[in-house]
Design a binder for this molecule. Structure first.
Ligand SMILES: NC(=O)c1ccc[n+]([C@@H]2O[C@H](COP(=O)([O-])OP(=O)(O)OC[C@H]3O[C@@H](n4cnc5c(N)ncnc54)[C@H](OP(=O)(O)O)[C@@H]3O)[C@@H](O)[C@H]2O)c1
Length: 250
């Protein structure tokens, strides 16, 4: 039997990178998948590459009304939610503390923290008992990288919130876990607004700090997102799983 047979999964930021790889794997494993993203054109494009039972919903996680819309459309179509993967996130341009602006702070916090919290608020009444909530955090909560202050603070906030949520939903046996990826080859780096040279140097710097000596792939994170969402992880709750080639451990 497929690992997610009859399960309904909602994935934010599913038009790209880790979210897209996870949507593909969940579909292969029998899930019905709601892919959301903030750009309709990007969702339309990836829809052509997907096979299985899915819908797409255009929703900007930073907008409260869009989170309502996302969950409403998911429920209208499939009637329940078993897996909620809060994956959408941004880094923006690396910015040292003395250059952080209120606008930068608000954009990253609104997408990375407010978005998941409000999506969960909307989804909770519809998540089945024994369902799963999964965050996409980062090793940046365990290692300090210059210029990544705001981004790292958002992921630390999610980790703290995850502990509270794990307790709040315990009577419903909902499992709440996180993945903490190391550097993963996705479009997130090209969205930082860096020149090719600077981006490549940054990539080399990250690679040197990974014991396995390479970036991970979105598919490697998707496999962990499948494991944590499936019955294989039925007694795993409240954890953050580092999928980082060992970066956070040395
Ligand atoms: N790649 C890494 O090295 C790495 C490491 C640790 C953690 N992560 C985390 O992994 C998650 C996925 O990132 P990724 O690496 O797969 O990057 P990605 O390919 O850029 O995917 C991010 C997704 O989130 C979407 N998104 C951004 N802002 C949104 C908003 N306001 N509303 C809805 N969707 C929004 C993006 O849409 P657009 O295409 O419109 O931008 C995209 O679909 C993020 O939370 C990131 O922090 C990544």
């Amino acid at each position: 039997m497929k690992k997610l047979h009859n399960k309904v999964a909602v994935i934010t930021g599913a038009n790209s990178g880790i979210g897209l790889a996870t949507a593909k794997l969940y579909l292969e494993e029998g899930a019905k998948v709601v892919l959301s993203g903030r750009r309709q054109d990007a969702l339309d494009k990836v829809s052509k590459t997907l096979v299985g039972d899915f819908i797409t919903v255009t929703a900007d996680v930073a907008k409260p009304e869009d989170n309502k819309k996302l969950i409403k459309e998911a429920i209208d179509k499939y009637g329940k939610i078993d897996i909620l993967f809060l994956n959408a996130g941004v880094v923006l341009r690396p910015t040292p503390t003395h250059e952080i602006t209120e606008q930068h702070y608000e954009e990253v916090f609104n997408i990375n923290v407010k978005g998941p919290m409000l999506a969960i608020k909307e989804a909770l009444p519809h998540i089945n008992n024994e369902g799963t909530i999964l965050f996409n955090n980062s090793v940046v909560t365990q290692r300090g990288f210059d210029g990544f202050g705001v981004y790292s603070a958002t992921k630390g906030a999610l980790r703290a919130y995850q502990r509270v949520l794990t307790s709040e939903v315990k009577l419903r046996k909902i499992r709440v876990n996180s993945i903490a990826p190391g550097p993963i080859t996705t479009p997130i780096f090209s969205k930082m607004g860096l020149s090719k040279d600077v981006s490549e140097e940054m990539g080399k710097g990250f690679t040197r700090q990974v014991p396995l000596g390479r970036f991970g792939t979105p598919e490697e994170i998707a496999k962990s997102a499948l494991f944590l969402a499936s019955d294989d992880a039925s007694y795993i709750n409240g954890i953050e799983l580092e999928v980082d080639g060992g970066m956070s451990q040395i």
